[in-house]
Design a binder for this molecule. Structure first.
Ligand code: ZN
Length: 146
């Protein structure tokens, strides 16, 4: 199996069986973001305690890229510190803005490396970034309200 089709498989898998896609009652911050150019939407709830993401849940509609990316993001950031989550966000943003020229750090980004192919399609980059932009917004609010 080529790397490209392995990546497509990972994206499809998260799209069909999204992780954490049930809004939880317990949360510190809720944000809603959308990507009008594609029609993707996400509602993100983050529960933060002592600068740690205790729980992160989301709901959304949109294309397979946006939904799969939300699922991957929610899996990667569960239980980690705000600081670490924001580092991941920066790494993912760099990957997405690299026009396919940046080699992804699989150790750090895990399933999120599957989106490296998306970086070659500027119109789809926003789809992949939507959930991460929502995450950054939510974490800055959560951290700021402490
Ligand atoms: Zn989209």
């Amino acid at each position: 199996m080529s790397l490209e089709s392995l990546y497509q498989e990972i994206i499809l898998d998260h799209y069909k069986r999204p992780k954490n896609k049930v809004l939880q009652d317990a949360y510190s911050v809720e944000v809603h973001h959308n990507n009008p150019s594609c029609g993707d939407e996400i509602t993100l709830r983050v529960q933060v305690e002592n600068q740690i993401i205790k729980q992160l849940s989301w709901d959304g509609v949109g294309c397979s890229i946006s939904q799969a990316s939300s699922s991957v993001m929610s899996e990667l950031t569960q239980g980690i510190s705000i600081e670490k989550a924001l580092e991941l966000e920066v790494s993912f943003l760099e990957l997405m803005q690299g026009k396919g020229q940046i080699e992804a750090d699989e150790e750090e980004l895990e399933d999120a490396v599957a989106f490296s192919g998306v970086a070659r399609y500027p119109a789809r980059v926003k789809c992949a970034l939507l959930s991460w932009m929502a995450l950054k917004d939510a974490l800055l609010r959560a951290g700021g309200s402490k």
